[in-house]
Design a protein around this ligand. Sequence first.
Ligand SMILES: NC(=O)c1ccc[n+]([C@@H]2O[C@H](COP(=O)([O-])OP(=O)(O)OC[C@H]3O[C@@H](n4cnc5c(N)ncnc54)[C@H](OP(=O)(O)O)[C@@H]3O)[C@@H](O)[C@H]2O)c1
Length: 237
Amino acid sequence: MKRRFLITGASKGIGLALANRLAGQGHEVIGVARNATDGFPGQLHLIDLSDRAASNELAAIVRDGEIDGVVNNVGLVRAEPLGDIAVGTLEDVMRVNLHPALVATQAALPGMRARRWGRIVNISSLTVLGSVQRTSYAAAKAALVSFTRSWALELGATGITVNAVSPGPTETELFRANNPAGSEGETRYLTGVPMSRFGKPEEIAAAIAFLLSQDAGFITGQTLHVDGGASIGKALI
Ligand SMILES: NC(=O)c1ccc[n+]([C@@H]2O[C@H](COP(=O)([O-])OP(=O)(O)OC[C@H]3O[C@@H](n4cnc5c(N)ncnc54)[C@H](OP(=O)(O)O)[C@@H]3O)[C@@H](O)[C@H]2O)c1
């Protein structure tokens, strides 16, 4: 069945790979990013989600779009060693990772409830298990796991599922901006992956698309680690 999915941070990396995958499956995709990109396989709304004033615009897009599934994918990373973390940085990272997720999800709920079908997937991160220089980012991504579990409980009987995907290091612009080739960060991440390689955006997108699918209808409140085994022995489950 054809569905309509909203993806925040849709123009590059994991979001774009997911948009292409969903469109390829015949679904409609509505994306949000700051900059236009050629060949986006759906509507792309240009909004800076770090802007507090963007919330109303995002909510309107979701409400008007009759969205069946929301993928809360936009993220902001700031590498900062403990001792050098400005409160303003913590606020910025929390805002970009969490505010659009809450706004988009709440705006989608009335329609999903009415149709008795919905999918919410929050994009978390391997760093929630503990990571150096990622205090703000890992805390924000841990909050998305917490959102996932709370929302899944509240929505349990509604036909709406809520899950998280927790990627390990994945070859995208975001990853490379924080871990350039040859950097200490690149080596640290690679050493931590039993498969000895970084993920591809398409591999993360495949897991997200499954959780958005009809077949995933009995899965809710879960965090799926897609990380080449990096969470083995670290994640509780
Ligand atoms: N890559 C990894 O290793 C990794 C690992 C764990 C978790 N994650 C998470 O996965 C998600 C996707 O990351 P990615 O690696 O695919 O990143 P990416 O390749 O840098 O793509 C980020 C996307 O978000 C958009 N975006 C960024 N800031 C935005 C803003 N303020 N307002 C609106 N759109 C914005 C970007 O487009 P514009 O620049 O045009 O706005 C782009 O479409 C993030 O939540 C990230 O934290 C990534």
